[in-house]
Design a protein around this ligand. Structure first.
Ligand code: SF4
Length: 89
């Protein structure tokens, strides 16, 4: 579990309006794509994605992933965690 949030200081979105990462309008696709372009240049994309998965974030663009992509990655993460827990038992 990521507990240290120092990586946020390197975030490409630091100082930007975070509402840009939470699409709500009928232009949601364009908003998500714009947010993903910011994430594409972010040096802490992996930490961001991991944090979002581990904390159960359900809304917004995290680590360059749309909500749907984040959901899929969370399912894979959860599935792997269950498998390794069973293997360890
Ligand atoms: S990956 Fe995107 S949302 Fe995450 S810290 Fe970087 S710019 Fe912000």
């Amino acid at each position: 579990m990521i507990r240290n949030l120092d990586w946020l200081q390197q975030a490409a979105c630091a100082g930007l309006d975070h509402r840009a990462f939470f699409a709500t309008s009928r232009h949601a696709r364009a908003q998500v794509n714009a947010a993903r372009r910011v994430c594409a240049a972010c040096p802490v994309r992996e930490q961001c994605a991991t944090w979002a998965i581990q904390t159960g974030e359900r809304w917004g663009v995290w680590g360059g992933m749309s909500q749907q992509e984040l959901r899929r990655r969370r399912r894979r993460f959860t599935s792997r965690a269950k498998t390794s827990t069973r293997a360890a038992a």
